[in-house]
Structure formats: C-alpha cells, structure tokens
Design a protein. Structure first.
Length: 186
C-alpha cells in the first residue's frame, strides 16, 4: 500500500510514442503513469474518508460502499477519459494492447481503496470505532504521500535531507486536502 508500483505489466516499448500517444503510459512511462494514478486516488480517497468521519452517525456499510463506489467511479472516469483523449489524438479507438495498458495503469485507482476498506472492516468487527478507523485511514494515506515523496527524492539522487523535504512537501499536500475538506464541510 505504501510502495510505488513496479514497472512490470504491458511492454511500454511496444506502446505508440510521439504524437500518437494519448497518455504517459502509451508514451512508454508506465511506472510514472501508475504512480500518478495512485497519488491522485490517494488524495481523492483521503478527502472521502475525512468527509465520512465528519458524518454525524456513519454506518459501516455506507462507509464501505462510499469508499468502494468512489474508487470505482474515479477508475471508470479515468478509463473513459483516457479512451476519449486517445480517440481525439489518434482518430481511432485503442488497440487491445493500448486498452490493456490503460487498465494496468489505472488499476492503482482501485487498489487505493483497499486500506480504507480493511480498516472499515476491522471497525465492523469491533476492533475499533468507525470514526477512528476512517481517521487512521486518512493518516495512513497522508503517510503514504510522505513515503512516495521521500523515496522519489532519494531516487533522484538527492541526499537524505532533501528527500525528507520532498516527503514533507508531498505530505503537506495531503494535509492541505484534508484541511480544505474540513473547512468546506460536506
């Protein structure tokens, strides 16, 4: 849940490049495209679980359905937008390989819901309350953003201090999402 996705999957070298590429994945940067989707989903679901935690009397089933449907809806919107942009740029539908690449790249949008769903399930079993489960989920998601920023900083060749700053900036973005959600209310 806290590590960027490996570069395995459809062969990026066989994806179209240049002006025919509709996405970063189709241009050959599958790992970056997957991580982008994962970060986007993390920010989205963080806002959703914070909103659920603010609900007067949240229900386990409602919370789980909200998280699952949000992840599914964002995933479907991403797949549709990717295909539409591909058609607009290339004047043709996606090939089987391109569609497989799109599904592979967008899969982290669904995977990001696993953590919150596990914590909601633990709450339903009485391990902890639902609001604490949702808040822990939001904190884990923000911690994940820190990890990705820190690790990216190290991979770029920055020293440990610069990598820490990178992680703190990414974490700050996650905290800002939560703050905006809390200030805006439902």
């Amino acid at each position: 849940m806290t590590e960027p996705e490996p570069t395995s999957g459809p062969d990026p070298a066989s994806a179209p490049t240049g002006s025919t590429a509709a996405t970063a994945a189709r241009a050959g940067d599958t790992a970056a495209a997957r991580l982008k989707e994962r970060i986007y989903a993390t920010l989205t679901l963080t806002a959703v679980v914070v909103a659920l935690a603010e609900t007067a009397v949240p229900d386990h089933l409602e919370a789980a359905l909200t998280v699952a449907v949000t992840a599914l809806g964002v995933w479907l919107a991403t797949v549709v937008a990717d295909e539409q942009s591909h058609r607009a740029v290339t004047k043709r539908g996606a090939s089987r390989l391109e569609l497989r690449t799109t599904l592979y790249v967008s899969a982290p949008l669904l995977l990001t819901a696993v953590g919150p769903l596990v914590l909601i399930g633990a709450s339903a079993l009485g391990v902890l309350g639902l609001v604490p489960a949702l808040l822990i989920s939001a904190c884990v998601e923000v911690g994940t953003l820190f990890f990705w920023g820190w690790r990216t900083g190290l991979r770029m060749g920055n020293g440990p201090l610069n990598a820490m700053v990178s992680g703190l900036i990414d974490m700050g973005i996650g905290v800002a999402v939560i703050a905006v959600k809390l200030l805006a209310g439902h």
